[in-house]
Write a protein that binds this ligand. Structure first.
Ligand code: MNH
Length: 458
């Protein structure tokens, strides 16, 4: 017996494309999930995609033997820039396997710990700026965290300084990237005939790509001409050899991976920092508890790696924040064989899926009736570890899971702990409630805060 997969009404040629809010696709996907439940299908310009929204179905799709990452739609547009770099590589591209084997140890926890001083360098720039500007200055957390995360990934992985905190505007790389990602989304949802007419948007999109390629290839060239000893990711790629094949990466492949790190390494981390700041302000009792933990552990001293290991509540806050708003909210897979999903949906080999983690990580069946609420306590005292692994997948799954997870986590821990240790924070607009905006990743929209040095510092 096979249960049909529901689909909203379609219109000729466009299918269901008009059902998707161009500014906030994840909002539309969520509304459809509420209406249709664990699975529905959309016709995206002739391409049929099954969207899954429940933990149970995510578990079945989290099986590298039966399902494989795919690079459709907007991700395929990103691929026109990042090519066979780690994030946008197709399953069978040799450069993926080479870069994966070369870089996995470099992104491992031990190596990330060596980046601590560089992470603190950038973090202290943010702390100093907020201190100097004082309590009347209106802070855009998303912009400030974007400066921070871009500068951090660039300094730690390629010893390059964007110096974003010394400029009123965000670096040109950021602007180009944000516009580029938005346009990737738009292109993926335009019929070819419309796309062909969008000459000026396409010219701008190409110019943005060129700017990013120029930045990354300059960094590679500069390092070739001025080698340094530092064991950073760039040197690993320049001089490392794949343990299995003995092959290295070409300068072109290195450039594509540098661009990948600069994009994947900062957007998403900026998002988790922004959402976490929002949730702490919205839930003052959580903020008080977190501050007590930070004070008890650090005794007012400069934060160290050893301190972070003693802050379980900080971990719980970050886990809960990224559960409610996984900044990379959807991932795509394709079926490698015919399967009966959940024993009832007949799936053909080659079928495309979108895994909506934003919906699945709020699955009431698994997280309970309060699944939509911010409650870090549910991530404490072994409760997180006792959850089924597919219920919390903000970093993806399996072979193609996020390589930057330890990096992002250490950075997020450091930054949130440092801010809570140093400042009293408030909303600029006391009535602000969360709205989400989306480029490729999610961030809070129109979110502004103010920061003053703590009145009761230890
Ligand atoms: Mn990251 C893959 C989320 C930080 C570099 N990342 C993924 C995937 C998710 C993800 C989800 C899987 C996508 C897919 O299945 O198509 N990443 C995040 C989040 C954060 C993050 C939520 C921060 C918080 N990522 C980082 C950082 C870096 C990075 C920091 C780099 C320095 N991520 C990657 C790369 C991949 C990836 C590279 C692709 C890995 C692969 O396919 O081999």
């Amino acid at each position: 017996m096979s249960v049909p997969i529901p689909q909203p009404p379609t219109i000729p040629f466009l299918g269901n494309v008009l059902a998707i809010d161009k500014e906030l696709p994840i909002g539309s996907f969520g509304l459809l999930a509420k209406q249709y439940g664990e699975i529905y299908q959309l016709n995206l310009l002739g391409r049929i995609v099954y969207f899954v929204n429940s933990c149970e179905l995510v578990r079945e799709l989290s099986n590298d033997k039966k399902f494989q990452k795919s690079v459709p739609g907007s991700l395929n547009e990103v691929r026109s820039l990042a090519g066979d770099g780690l994030f946008t590589a197709l399953a069978d591209e040799p450069n993926w396997a080479i870069a994966h084997r070369l870089l996995m140890p470099a992104f491992g926890t031990a190596n990330i710990r060596n980046m601590w001083d560089d992470m603190k360098d950038i973090c202290s720039q943010l702390i100093l700026k907020w201190s100097r500007f004082g309590p009347d200055y209106v802070i855009s957390p998303t912009d400030e965290y974007t400066r921070l995360t871009l500068d951090t990934i660039a300094l730690c992985s390629m010893n390059y300084r964007f110096n974003s905190f010394y400029s009123e505007t965000l670096p040109p790389f950021c602007e180009a990237m944000t516009d580029f990602l938005k346009e990737c989304n738009a292109r993926a949802n335009r019929p070819a005939i419309v796309q062909a007419l969008m000459t000026s948007a396409t010219a701008k999109w190409e110019a943005d790509k060129k700017l990013m390629v120029d930045v990354a290839s300059q960094i590679v060239k500069h390092r070739r001409h001025h080698p340094i000893e530092k064991k950073d990711l760039l040197n690993t790629m320049l001089y490392g050899k794949d343990p299995k094949t003995g092959q290295g990466l070409s300068d072109d492949a290195i450039t594509k991976n540098l661009i990948t790190f600069l994009i994947a390494g900062h957007e998403t981390t900026s998002g988790i920092l922004s959402f976490t700041t929002y949730y702490l302000l919205k839930n003052p009792e959580c903020l008080i508890r977190l501050r007590k933990e930070v004070d008890d552990v650090t005794q007012g001293k400069s934060i160290t790696l050893e301190h972070l290991a003693k802050m379980p509540y900080l971990n719980a806050v970050l886990r809960e924040s990224i559960r409610l708003n996984p900044t990379a909210a959807v991932r795509a897979v394709v079926a490698l064989e015919d399967v009966a999903l959940a024993g009832k949906y007949a799936i053909k080999k080659g079928q495309a899926f979108a895994i909506n983690n934003h919906a699945a990580q709020r699955d009431h069946k698994v997280w309970g009736d309060d699944a939509d609420e911010f409650k870090p306590e549910r991530m404490l005292d072994g409760k997180f570890e006792a959850m089924p692994p597919e219920s919390w997948q903000p970093f993806g799954y399996g072979m193609r899971a996020c390589i930057g997870r330890p990096f992002a986590w250490q950075e997020a821990q450091l930054v949130i702990a440092s801010i809570i240790q140093t400042f009293d924070l408030c909303f600029n607009d006391p009535d602000y409630t969360l709205e989400v905006k989306q480029a490729l990743t999610l961030k809070p929209k129109d979110f502004y805060i103010r920061a003053s040095l703590r009145s009761n510092a230890v």
